[in-house]
Write a protein that binds this ligand. Sequence first.
Ligand SMILES: [Zn+2]
Ligand SMILES: [Zn+2]
Length: 115
Amino acid sequence: MGDDKKEFLSLEEVADFLGVTYQLIYRLVRSGELPAVRLGKLYRVSRADLDAYLMRSRAAAGGGTCSVCGTYYKSTSSLKQTCTAEGCGEAICFDCWNRLGVRTCPKHSVKNTKA
Ligand SMILES: [Zn+2]
Ligand SMILES: [Zn+2]
């Protein structure tokens, strides 16, 4: 339909766009975290509000990307570990840290596995 400049998105479209579940978006809307207009039983999220929300949550939660696997996390609670090389501080997700035993970012991972 070439309709990608739509001003308002349904919650399904927002969920789809962000790659999350409808339930999550619904909860964000109900809790007021994500502003939405209610039309009867339907919610619509404006693109501007969505953009603003994403900027806010990124800044507030300080979400980030795991330096090892490249997965983006919306919250730093999954990225508490950092590269153990001195002065590095690259984030490592709990998955890489706990399950794979990674302790350093790719830059410092060269033969540095015994620590
Ligand atoms: Zn990772
Ligand atoms: Zn590092």
